[in-house]
Design a protein around this ligand. Structure first.
Ligand code: SF4
Length: 350
């Protein structure tokens, strides 16, 4: 199949079968493409839709996002995971507002200098929003092209990735770039899925993986390794009136900028924390250990519920980075999923 035949097949299929009603396919702008592309990284469409709608309602354009407090951006990201994406969106919005007069650049190099915008996201913004030629290679497209051209190897390896980009560039059209990018993404999301529906595929006749009768072999799997396990204690400290103590993580690193419970490495550190802060407890309860899995390690966390005797524990509440969270009138803050779950459990128990 020539690149032109490939494009024609994909576009004809898209015209008949492609998805055209997703929220980010209405009123397409560089901003809407950018936000949706970032949200869709590592996350399924059905999960993204409500997050995208809430986000766009609150931050309808790049200027509004640039002016917003990071806490609010992280708050609207709570539950979506991979919070570096939200921090980068916020920083990039500020760069676009300050350095580009709130207008998105349309060339790949300038787009890729913005925090969190890689080659594929830049390609998506350029092809979909500006209708300019550019290749894309998100997770779904990697799967389609690895199968189409029978590219061996895990796409996380630079050698494999290089081959996939070469094919993506070779196949990308000069016209109808927006529809083509959408079509490729749609094909990967709806048809060339992990369990592909090859009989209905518009490029089945030229697909090498299908010719080998082995689409499942592509793309190559990530080499298996046992992720390490880290341990921590979360102190779920509550006032008699029910407020829970949260503290803000430093802006970078794991759960950067998010609000979490005070953490201790071991029980000795828990005792030291309580002594240092003059904590008078009415009760203390060690709850069952839970696990939260990140892409590169597991976090086993042991919640310890500490109910304060009195309301006047000022020593704990001494900085801007600590906050008594009131579930009846919560401030918009970003919190990781384990903290959200523990807050729900703690407030149910009140
Ligand atoms: S023929 Fe099957 S494996 Fe090949 S691209 Fe189409 S859906 Fe994917």
């Amino acid at each position: 199949m020539t690149p032109q035949q490939f494009q024609h097949s994909i576009l004809t299929w898209y015209d008949q079968k492609g998805r055209k009603n997703l929220p980010w396919q209405q009123d397409i702008t560089p901003y809407s493409v950018w936000v949706s592309e970032i949200m869709l990284q590592q996350t399924q469409v059905s999960t993204v839709i409500p997050f995208y709608q809430r986000f766009m309602q609150r931050f309808p354009d790049v200027e509004t996002l640039a002016r917003a407090p990071l806490d609010e951006v992280l708050h609207l990201w709570t539950g979506l995971g991979y919070y570096a994406r939200a921090r980068n969106l916020h920083r990039s919005a500020q760069c676009i507002a300050q350095d580009h007069e709130s207008l998105f650049p349309n060339d790949l190099t300038a787009l890729m200098t913005l925090p969190g915008i890689g080659r594929s996201t830049a390609g998506a913004i350029r092809s979909i929003a500006f209708n300019q030629p550019a290749a894309i290679l998100d997770g779904n497209v990697k799967r389609v092209l690895a199968r189409y051209a029978a590219i061996d190897g895990w796409p996380g390896k630079s050698e494999t990735l290089k081959k996939l980009w070469a094919i993506a560039e070779q196949l990308a059209p000069k016209e109808r770039t927006a529809q083509y990018s959408q079509a490729l993404m749609d094909l990967g999301a709806t048809l060339c899925t992990p369990n592909p529906n090859c009989p209905t595929c518009p490029i089945a006749g030229a697909c090498r993986a299908l010719a080998q009768d082995n689409p499942h072999a592509y793309p190559g799997k990530k080499p298996k390794k046992n992720n390490p396990v880290r341990h921590t204690y979360f102190l779920v400290i509550s006032k008699p009136t029910g407020e829970l103590l949260l503290q803000k993580n430093p802006p970078e690193g794991l759960w950067g900028g998010l609000w979490i419970f005070p953490q201790c490495d071991d029980m000795n550190a828990v005792e030291t924390f309580c002594e240092r802060h003059g904590i008078c407890t009415a009760s203390r309860q060690v709850l069952p250990q839970r696990r939260h899995t990140f892409s590169h390690f597991h976090l086993d966390y042991q919640p310890i519920r500490i109910a304060l005797k009195t309301d006047t524990n000022h020593a704990i509440y001494t900085s801007n980075d600590r906050y008594w969270y009131n579930h009846q009138s919560p401030r918009p803050l970003g919190m990781p999923a384990p903290v959200v779950e523990l807050i729900k459990a703690a407030t149910r128990a009140l």
